[in-house]
Design a protein around this ligand. Structure first.
Ligand code: 8OZ
Length: 362
C-alpha cells in the first residue's frame, strides 16, 4: 500500500506525494485578477513540498464569484495572470491545479472579514445572485436568487467550458469543478435549493442534469491526458437532503461522463451546520472510501485533516488516495516536512528545495 509520501499517478500527471492543497479562497483579487498575494501564498505551498496545489474557487463569470475579491477566469488577462504562479509551482516540483466555480445564490457576498453577508443591493460591487429556484439560502445570505432560464443555464455551461479552456491554455495540469458547498451546481442537485418543474428539477435525473451536462461539456475541451476532477457535496447533515444513494449514483454517472477523480465534500445548502461532526479528524474519510469503492474512482477528501500519523494511515489503509489539506497547510506550508519528522521518516529528497534542505539538514 502507498503511504503519505508515495507518488500518485493519474493520467499523464505524477504527484510527488499524497499531500494536496485543498482550494482555499483568498478573497484578495481585484476584478478577478490574481496578484503578488496569490504568487506568494501558492508559491509558499509549492516550496513547502505538497504534491498538488489546487488554486481557489475561481469564478467562470463575474456573477459566478462568491465575493468581489474572488479570482476569475472569464477573460484572457485573468488567465495570463496565473502564468508566473503556474511556473513557480512547477519549478518547485508541485502540480498546479485550479477549481472553477459559479457561486449561484451564495454569490454577491462581502469578504468573510468584512461581514460574510450578502452585499447591499445598492452596493456598487453587488450583483443579482442566480439559482435554480427563487429560494434564498437564508441566514446571512438572505437575497432571493433570480430563477435561471434555460438560456442562462446554457450560458453558465459555456462559461465553464471557456474557463476550462483558459486554464488549459495557461498550463494548469489539474482541473477541479466546484460542485459542492451549496454553490450553483450543487444547488441544482439539492432538493433543498431546487424546486424547478422543468428538465432541471424534480427527479434525480433532472437535478443531476446541470452537473452532468457541465461536466460533459468541459470534458470536450479539457485534454484527455489530464485529470478532470470534481469536488462534490455528497451530504448536508440536514433533513431534506438527497439520500446518499443518489449522491453515489451521481458520481457514477459523472465517471461515465469523463470524471477521473472525486474529491468528496459537503453540501452546505443551508446555514444549519450544527450536525456536522467538525471535531473528528477526517470525518468524511469513511464516506469517501465507500464512494471510491462503489464507483471505482480514485478519491480524496478534505475537512479536519491535520494529524500526520492519522493522515498517513488514511492513505496506507486505502481509505483515500490523496489528502486534501487546507488550514493545516495555511498555518504551516512546511507541513510535509514536519509530517515526515512526526512519522520518523527520512525526509524524501523532493520535499524541501535545496536552499532549505541545505540549512535544515545541517
Ligand atoms: C467551505 C465551506 C463553504 C464554502 C468554497 C469558500 O468552497 C468556500 C467554502 C468553503 O469556495
Amino acid at each position: 500500500m502507498p503511504d503519505l509520501f508515495s507518488e500518485f499517478r493519474i493520467k499523464s500527471v505524477t504527484l510527488r506525494n499524497r499531500i494536496a492543497v485543498s482550494p482555499m479562497c483568498q478573497y484578495s483579487a481585484t476584478d478577478g485578477m490574481v496578484n503578488d498575494w496569490h504568487l506568494v501564498h501558492l508559491g509558499a505551498l509549492a516550496r513547502g513540498g505538497s504534491g498538488l496545489i489546487v488554486a481557489e474557487a475561481t469564478g467562470v463569470s463575474p456573477e459566478g464569484r462568491i465575493t468581489p475579491g474572488c479570482t476569475g477566469l472569464w477573460n484572457d488577462a485573468q488567465a495570463e495572470g496565473w502564468r508566473p504562479i503556474i511556473r513557480f509551482i512547477e519549478e518547485h516540483g508541485a502540480v498546479p491545479g485550479i477549481q472553477i466555480a459559479h457561486a449561484g445564490r451564495k454569490g454577491s457576498a462581502a469578504r468573510p472579514w468584512e461581514g460574510d453577508c450578502h452585499l447591499a443591493i445598492d452596493d456598487s460591487q453587488a450583483w443579482q445572485p442566480v439559482g435554480p429556484s427563487p429560494i434564498a439560502f437564508g441566514g446571512i445570505l438572505p437575497r432571493v436568487p433570480h430563477e435561471m432560464t434555460l438560456q442562462e443555464i446554457a450560458r453558465v455551461r459555456a462559461d465553464f467550458v471557456a474557463a476550462a479552456q483558459r486554464a488549459r491554455d495557461v498550463g494548469f495540469k489539474w482541473l477541479t469543478l466546484h460542485f459542492a458547498h451549496g454553490y450553483l451546481a450543487q444547488s441544482f442537485f439539492s432538493p433543498l435549493a431546487n424546486q424547478r418543474t422543468d428538465d432541471y428539477g424534480g427527479s434525480f435525473e433532472n437535478r443531476a442534469r446541470f452537473i452532468l451536462e457541465t461536466l460533459a461539456a468541459v470534458r470536450e475541451v479539457w485534454p484527455d491526458h489530464l485529470p478532470l476532477t470534481a469536488r462534490v457535496g455528497v451530504l448536508d447533515y440536514v433533513e431534506g437532503e438527497q439520500p446518499m444513494e443518489e449522491s453515489i449514483e451521481l458520481i457514477r454517472r459523472m465517471k461515465a461522463a469523463g470524471l477521473d477523480f472525486i474529491d468528496v465534500s459537503m453540501g452546505f445548502n443551508t446555514p444549519d451546520v450544527s450536525r456536522v461532526p467538525w471535531g473528528e479528524h477526517a470525518f468524511l474519510a469513511p464516506i469517501a472510501q465507500r464512494i471510491g469503492r462503489e464507483v471505482g474512482l480514485p478519491t480524496a477528501t478534505s475537512w479536519n485533516i491535520n494529524d500526520p500519523v492519522k493522515t498517513d494511515e488514511l492513505i496506507r489503509t486505502g481509505q483515500i488516495d490523496l489528502a486534501m489539506i487546507a488550514r493545516a497547510l495555511l498555518s504551516d506550508p512546511h507541513w510535509p516536512y514536519h509530517a515526515a519528522q512526526a512519522l520518523g521518516r527520512e525526509l524524501p529528497q523532493n520535499v524541501l528545495p535545496p536552499p532549505y534542505a541545505f540549512w535544515l539538514k545541517r
